[in-house]
Design a protein around this ligand. Structure first.
Ligand code: FAD
Length: 448
């Protein structure tokens, strides 16, 4: 365990990427080479799933006009303020910044985006103007980034939009799952107010869970957008699941974000090798665990987590045990005390192309732990999706026409985690924009 983690992290859930001051933003914006132009789009814009015109908004900041910069951002991404906080810029816009090829640090596009978008909200700039009502009605199920982006874009184009979400607050996984050191809740409330300003009606604590409820919505509107994301953690039953101290990742993070931080004890372990596992490990350190171990049944080379997330977790003191499969949780008096681990070796590649982990028999060992969090992935909302006539799924994901976002039931469109199985907020926004164009063509076409 590094001294760094123990001494500086406990209780510190502050932003990993702090906001830029006005002066810092100007200096940073001035460094931008303003790539792109008539003949080629700038690589940072190409890398942005929401098609944000990065050079233009940065030039507007450099010219001392953050309000104009914000409007450039909002034109392409109405959730620019949230995305500025949560986007993995290290693998998107900033990864393609030409400064990298000159051995210079990439322009801090994410922090500049946050500067401009936050400036707009602080100064009462409305993100988008509303077109005159066009008489068309669309429903959106899910108020995560996909649903909110779809609703905002449609409303700005004059559609009457109602959003339904089962939760008490908007934002989907941004609100309930994304690590608090990236985004806690702010600026989601301001983004919801901006949508309301465009006329979007958001019905919260409104779970759509029956054919009857869907039929009522279908009667009211011309198209329905599904931004329902994925559901609960994947079910992996393990002996000892009922012991106190055994968690699934989403309830663990939600408790933390809701102000009921889990008591992790001295030693915590996290199962999984994805970005959620990296987040949970770093959250456990901040909750006071002195030893945090990630248990992954393959090796670092097969880990799906972004490499920079792995590196940052390592730097904070997270320990990684590769080729280790937890097989049972052990406890005393109903409380977790250890996880029994099965060492693995890599065999032939499986369907995913990754080498299949195989057990090394007779080598099991116990790792003492007070808390264990399963961070293995989420499962699709197949029960809900089975209520929609003619809706085809592929591996639990809604099948769409990628050009239009239209599903195999022509009245339904979809984007976000529900179609890609779990990616990023900005990909949900980008997909929602494709679906908006698809909905527009469908609805206007029907009218003719
Ligand atoms: C732990 C974790 C950390 C992550 N960290 C990041 C990160 O740092 N950066 C990043 O970009 N992405 C991150 N992601 C991924 C990102 O959060 C998702 O890709 C994104 O939220 C998907 O948006 P969505 O709108 O498709 O779905 P969601 O955000 O899941 O929203 C779906 C919404 O639909 C609602 N809903 C579902 N079914 C119904 C129904 N029947 N009736 C009414 N409402 C319903 C849900 O309540 C929810 O609010 C993370 C994900 C996880 C799990």
């Amino acid at each position: 365990m590094s001294a760094f983690a123990q001494e500086t992290l406990v209780g510190d859930f502050s932003d990993l990427k702090s906001p830029l001051s006005e002066e810092e933003a100007l200096v940073q914006a001035d460094l931008c080479l303003q790539c792109g132009g008539v003949y080629a789009t700038a690589p940072c814009t190409v890398a942005c799933p929401a098609d944000v015109d990065v050079p233009t908004f940065i030039a507007q900041i450099a010219a001392g006009d953050p309000g104009a910069a914000a409007l450039t951002l909002f034109e392409q991404n109405i959730l620019a303020a949230s995305c500025a906080r949560v986007c993995p810029v290290e693998v998107l816009c900033q990864a393609s910044c030409v400064m990298n090829s000159q051995d210079e640090a990439a322009i801090e596009i994410g922090r500049l985006q946050r500067f401009a978008a936050d400036w707009a909200y602080a100064n009462g700039v409305a993100p988008r103007k509303k077109a005159a009502a066009n008489g068309h009605k669309v429903a959106v199920i899910g108020a995560g980034p996909a649903g909110l982006a779809c609703a905002g874009e449609l409303a700005a184009r004059g559609y009457t939009v109602t959003v339904y979400d089962e939760r008490a607050e908007v934002g989907g996984l941004i609100r309930y799952a994304i690590a608090p050191f990236r985004q806690h809740t702010e600026p989601l409330p301001a983004e919801a107010v901006a949508l309301a300003g465009l006329g979007v009606e958001i019905k919260l604590e409104a779970k759509i869970d029956s054919k009857k409820a869907l039929a009522e919505i279908e009667k009211e509107v011309e198209a329905i957008f599904l931004g329902i994301g994925y559901g609960e953690d994947v079910l992996v039953k393990t002996p000892g699941d009922d012991l106190e101290g055994v968690w699934e990742s989403l309830p663990f993070i939600e408790a933390l974000k809701d102000g009921n931080p889990p008591q992790v004890g001295r030693r915590a372990a996290v199962i999984g090798g994805g970005n959620t596992a990296m987040d949970v490990a770093r959250e456990a350190l901040r909750l006071g665990a002195e030893e945090v171990t990630v248990l992954y049944r393959r090796t670092q080379a097969e880990m799906p987590a972004f490499y920079h997330e792995y590196e940052e977790a390592l730097e904070e003191g997270v320990v990684f045990k590769w080729l280790t499969l937890p097989v049972a949780f052990k406890g005393e008096n109903g409380r977790l005390t250890a996880v029994e681990c099965q060492p693995m070796k890599l065999g032939e590649p499986d369907d995913s192309g990754r080498r299949r982990p195989e057990p090394i028999e007779g080598a099991d060992f116990d790792l003492p732990v007070d808390t264990i969090v399963k961070a293995i992935g989420q499962r699709p909302r197949e029960e809900f999706l089975s209520l929609i006539d003619g809706l085809e799924l592929e591996w639990g994901r809604i099948k769409i026409n990628p050009e239009t976002g239209q599903t195999t039931n022509p009245k339904y469109f979809a984007a976000g985690d529900a179609i890609n199985g779990g990616a990023t907020a900005v990909q949900a926004v980008g997909g929602a924009k494709v679906a908006v164009a698809g909905i527009e063509a469908f609805v206007q076409g029907e009218k003719r």
